[in-house]
Design a binder for this molecule. Structure first.
Ligand SMILES: [Zn+2]
Length: 409
C-alpha cells in the first residue's frame, strides 16, 4: 500500500485524525534548508557589497565587500536571516579584503537584536586573516541577527538616546547631519539644579570614532547609565559629561569598521591646528568645531576620552597633563584597580611618546591642540557580553568621580 492510498483508507475510518496527520506531513514537506534568499545584508546591521553563495546544506561562502575608497578594508559581516532559520544549523566560510582582518574580533548572534550570544572564528586572524569559518548552533527561531563584537545599530543608539532624553539631567544636541542624512548627536549630562556654578564643574568628553568598535559604544552606554542612576547623583552635581556615542552613524548599516561615507578613517581625521570645513572629513569637522566651541566656553573640557577596541580586556592609556588640582595620576590608577573586582580593566598607564600617526587621532589631537589630559581607551576584544562591556564603562566613570574630587577651583 502506498502512502496516499493508506491515508485514504484511514480518512474513511477516522476523518478528523487523518486530517491532522495529512497537515503534519505537509508541514514536514514544507521544512527547508537555508537558501541565499533568506539572508539580508542591508538591514540596520548590514554589510555593503557582501556576496553569498551556497556550498552545501546550510553551508555558505560569504565574500565581503570593502569600505568606500578603501579597496583593501573589508566591511564587517553584519546580516540578518529574515526567516526560516528555525531547525537549521549554519556554517559560514567568510573571505574578505586583507586590511584590518575581518576575523580579528568575535561576532555575536541574536533572535531579537537585544540578547546576544558570542560566536568565535575557527582559525583566528593570526593564522588566517583573509578566510575563516563561523559555526552556529541549530537555531530555535526563524529570524536571526549577526553582527560584529556585541553589535548596536544606529537606530538602537537613537532609541537609547530617546529613552534617556526625558531626564532633566540630559540635554541632547543635534550638531548636524551625516553624509547619509543621519543625526549627529552630542549628549550632555549634568544636574541643572546643582548650586555649583557651571564654570566650577569638572568636564569630561567621551567619544567613539571607529563605528565598528561596538564594544566601545557599550562601554560608553555603561558610563551614561551609571551617571543617570542614584549613585551618579554627586558626580552630576559637580561635573558636566559630554557623550558622542557614534561619530559615524552611517556605518552600521554598511558594515564600515573605521570610516565614514568618504572612506576617511574616523580616527585619523582630527586637525590639531583647528577644524577646517574645506579640508576635513564631513562628520569629524562638525564634531571638532563643536569641541572647539566647548573649549572656548566657561566650561572647557578637563579630560577627553576616545573609546576603541583592541585585543584583551579594557586598556586605558593616558596622554597626561599634570594638574595641580588633582592628586598624582597614580592615585587614579589605584582607585580604578580597587574598583575592578572582575578584572575587566588593565591598570591605567601613561602612554609616552608621540603616536606614529601624529596628532590626527581623536585622543592625541585634542591633547596637542588644547593641552588637556586625554585617554586612549582601548581593549575589550576579549569581553564577549554587553553586560561586561557596560560594567567596564561604569568602573571607569566611577574612578573619574573619585579621582576628580570636589570642584575645579
Ligand atoms: Zn579604534
Amino acid at each position: 500500500m502506498n502512502k496516499k492510498s493508506w491515508l485514504n483508507k484511514l480518512k474513511i475510518a477516522f476523518p478528523t485524525i487523518t486530517s491532522i496527520v495529512i497537515v503534519s506531513l505537509l508541514a514536514c514537506d514544507s521544512y527547508r534548508e537555508l537558501s541565499e534568499g533568506d539572508f539580508r545584508f542591508d538591514g540596520p546591521l548590514g554589510s555593503d557589497g557582501a556576496v553569498i553563495e551556497k556550498l552545501d546544506r546550510n553551508v555558505f561562502k560569504i565574500t565581503l565587500g570593502h569600505a568606500p575608497n578603501q579597496p583593501d578594508w573589508n566591511n564587517k559581516l553584519n546580516f540578518q536571516i529574515t526567516g526560516n532559520a528555525r531547525g537549521n544549523d549554519l556554517v559560514l566560510v567568510v573571505e574578505g579584503p586583507p586590511r584590518y582582518a575581518m576575523n580579528e574580533y568575535f561576532y555575536s548572534w541574536s533572535y531579537d537584536m537585544e540578547n546576544w550570544n558570542p560566536v568565535h572564528w575557527k582559525a583566528g586572524y593570526r593564522v588566517s586573516p583573509e578566510i575563516d569559518t563561523l559555526v552556529f548552533p541549530v537555531f530555535e527561531n526563524d529570524k536571526v541577527y549577526v553582527g560584529h563584537q556585541v553589535p548596536i545599530s544606529y537606530e538602537q543608539v537613537e532609541d537609547f538616546i530617546s529613552s534617556i532624553e526625558p531626564s532633566k539631567y540630559v540635554n541632547v544636541d543635534t550638531l548636524g547631519k551625516s553624509l547619509g542624512g543621519r543625526n549627529l548627536y552630542r549628549l550632555t549630562i549634568t544636574d541643572p539644579s546643582s548650586d555649583i556654578p557651571l564654570g566650577d564643574r569638572w568636564v569630561h568628553y567621551f567619544s567613539n570614532s571607529h563605528p565598528g568598535e561596538h564594544n566601545a559604544q557599550w562601554r560608553m552606554i555603561g558610563k551614561i547609565e551609571w551617571l543617570l542612576g542614584n549613585r551618579g547623583s554627586d558626580m552630576r552635581k559637580r561635573s558636566i559629561c559630554h557623550f558622542v556615542i557614534m561619530m559615524s552613524p552611517d556605518a552600521p548599516q554598511k558594515g564600515w569598521y573605521r570610516v565614514n561615507a568618504q572612506g576617511v578613517d574616523m580616527n585619523r581625521s582630527y586637525f590639531p591646528d583647528g577644524s577646517d570645513k574645506e579640508k576635513q572629513a564631513h562628520e569629524p569637522y562638525i564634531f571638532q568645531r563643536d569641541l572647539e566651541m566647548i573649549m572656548e566656553s566657561e566650561s572647557p573640557v578637563t579630560t577627553l576620552w576616545g573609546h576603541h577596541t583592541w585585543g584583551g580586556i579594557v586598556e586605558p592609556l593616558l596622554y597626561l597633563v599634570e594638574d595641580d588640582r588633582t592628586g598624582p595620576w597614580t592615585e587614579w590608577r589605584d582607585i580604578l584597580q580597587d574598583l575592578d573586582h572582575n578584572n575587566l580593566i588593565k591598570p591605567l598607564a601613561v602612554r609616552e611618546g608621540i603616536p606614529g600617526y601624529g596628532a590626527i587621532s581623536w585622543e592625541y589631537g585634542p591633547h596637542v591642540q588644547f593641552g588637556i589630559t586625554t585617554v586612549l581607551c582601548e581593549g575589550a576584544g576579549a569581553i564577549y557580553t554587553k553586560e561586561e562591556n557596560k560594567k567596564s564603562g561604569e568602573l571607569l566613570i566611577r574612578s573619574l568621580a573619585k579621582y576628580y574630587k570636589g570642584i575645579k577651583e
